[in-house]
Design a protein around this ligand. Structure first.
Ligand SMILES: [Mg+2]
Length: 375
């Protein structure tokens, strides 16, 4: 890329919480509200870009990331010049590495820096006057999506509403009671027909449980089984599981290092790899890893369960690198997502089509979500 250098003159992070009528339930915890941390950067030419930092857990995490952004990272990035986003990403990561280590907060730092990186990529694409998906090398604006975050309670109703909105693929949260998991999978298979169905255990099983329980789900023809065991279990356990079951395995949202992705791509254990660009790596590492995922012959399905800006960035990344993967689109009630996700909120026949507008393609309407702002 031969773009003209830009200098950051302002960075602000904003924290939101949307209260839920129906909590989002996973095998490891429950979300009583939906948080979001949005990031706005502005350069000395007055061009602004928008990003989002992952903040779903633990419950008070959004406020912490917001303060980390505004009080620690903003002073580190203001006045910095770069010719491309990766330079700023590396400078911020290296410049805060000791602090992250000393505080034991590698995750929050990586998430906050990812949020800045998404905003800087948006700014960079706007300066270039190109949609992000084109800047990342995409050949077309249309991507497939799937409805995610489907709770065990009321699963059929959530699935039917998603199908009504245009979805053709569903992912259910499992890892609860086998009887109810099976009943929900049968019900969703019936609802989606020949469409794609996947299941997410959210790291809920031991290897022994996974070896015993996964075959019980074989009849549902799952496209993938996601994080059946903990992401940090020895790779030999993942390999053992892969050798024992026929369903493709998926993981990636809890991989947070280059070495982790190198291992994940090095053999045939994972069929689906799910990098979350707002959680680790931003687009600066994300685009490289996504291309490596495809090169390794695996399916790249961006992980995403936050607000609209990070969802849009993830959509642009998938369109940018291509392949037969699907974008994760949360099926639960969340205006912090729907009011800021532009064309991704308009699903037709299981797909969305991004626009030709520069950057992520929208001017975020923060006024529309002001009632939910915390900071
Ligand atoms: Mg998951």
């Amino acid at each position: 890329m031969t773009a003209s250098p830009f200098t950051i003159r302002k960075l602000e992070a904003f924290c939101y919480r949307y209260p839920l009528q129906t909590p989002v339930v996973t095998s490891f915890g429950t979300m009583l509200n939906r948080p979001a941390v949005f990031v706005r950067v502005e350069d000395e030419d007055g061009v602004a870009g928008f990003g989002e930092a992952w903040c779903n857990f633990p419950a008070p995490g959004a406020e912490h990331r917001t303060r980390l952004l505004n009080e620690v990272l903003a002073p580190a990035v203001i006045g910095c010049s770069a010719a491309e986003p990766l330079q700023l990403f590396e400078r911020l990561t290296e410049g805060t590495a000791v602090l992250a280590l000393q505080s034991g907060e590698a995750g929050p730092f990586a998430q906050a820096i990812a949020g800045i990186d998404l905003a800087v990529w948006d700014l960079f694409a706007r300066r270039e006057g190109k949609p992000l998906w084109r800047l990342l090398g995409g050949s077309g604006p249309t991507i497939r999506v799937y409805a995610s975050g489907i709770n065990p309670a009321g699963a059929r109703a959530t699935a039917e509403a998603a199908l009504e909105r245009g979805h053709r693929a569903l992912k259910l949260k499992i890892g609860f009671e086998l009887v109810s998991d099976r009943a929900n999978l049968a019900s969703l298979r019936d609802a989606v027909g020949d469409g794609i169905q996947a299941a997410d255990v959210n790291q809920g099983w031991s290897l022994d449980q996974a070896v015993r329980l996964a075959p019980e789900l074989a009849s549902f023809d799952l496209a993938w089984l996601e994080e059946p065991i903990r992401a940090d279990r020895p790779w030999s356990e993942w390999q053992a599981l892969r050798n024992r079951i026929g369903t493709p395995l998926a993981a990636g949202e809890n991989i947070a290092s280059r070495a982790g992705f190198t291992q994940a791509l090095g053999d045939d254990v994972l069929g689906v790899v799910q990098l979350d660009v707002a959680k680790w790596g931003g687009l600066s590492l994300g685009v490289t890893i996504a291309r490596e995922i495809r090169k390794a012959g695996k399916t790249f399905c961006p992980h995403y369960l936050g607000g609209g800006i990070g969802l849009l960035a993830s959509a642009h990344l998938l369109a940018g690198v291509g392949g037969d993967g699907l974008l994760e689109v949360d099926a639960n009630d969340n205006p912090l997502r729907d009011l800021l996700s532009g064309p991704v909120a308009k699903i037709s026949d299981g797909a969305v089509t991004l626009s030709e507008a520069a950057g992520i393609g929208i001017q975020p309407d923060f006024a529309a979500i002001e009632a939910h702002r915390i900071w």
